[in-house]
Ligand binder design. Sequence first.
Ligand code: GSH
Length: 214
Amino acid sequence: MMKLHGYWRSSASYRVRIALALKGVEVEHAAVNLRDGEQGEAEHKARNPQGFVPVLELEDGTELTQSLAIMDYLDATFREPSLMPGEPILRSKILSASLIIASDVSPIQNLSVLRYLRAEYEQDDHGVTQWVRHWISNGFSALERIAAESDTPFLLTDRPMFFECCLVPQVYNARRYGVDMARFPRLSEIDARCRGLPEFQRAAPESQADAPSE
Ligand SMILES: N[C@@H](CCC(=O)N[C@@H](CS)C(=O)NCC(=O)O)C(=O)O
């Protein structure tokens, strides 16, 4: 069985968990505790020199990194249901919207970036929260305009795809940092529709074995 090295509250791990659930693929979950710094230990750096989760370990021991690259692998390996449409323009638009989250918004609120802001730029909880809210709102403003151009149940399709795997974890983070989601009604609607599905519920942070029980 494949093994997903991840963390319950990691949004990049959450993306991959959603993709796995949508595909109906079972994996073993191995927790890398980011709060305890396990991502920086030699054992994890051997899996991923960046010291990030997620890492998908295949049955032959091959280790795949980067959530979108892992999702691409899953999509190429477990074809149905596909997480990307075949039509090239639609495919490009879904990838583009996914990258707004995965490449532009999410990296600047990574744990290591926020720790650096605190240590090197003397930011307190307030400063860090403002930083996170600003960059999520910035990305969501663009995405809301893109999403408002269509009225499909999901971003541009009738079922969840790559984009929704990225959106739901990012909205989870937005709520955690107190971003006013009322400003983004179409994104909120897509997020709520996704979270109503059992696959998204199975992948949610609170459903993970390494989540604190309270
Ligand atoms: N671009 C990477 C980002 C991975 C990433 O940032 N992972 C975070 C958790 S969401 C992490 O491992 N952070 C550890 C740290 O910052 O020390 C991906 O999509 O997989």
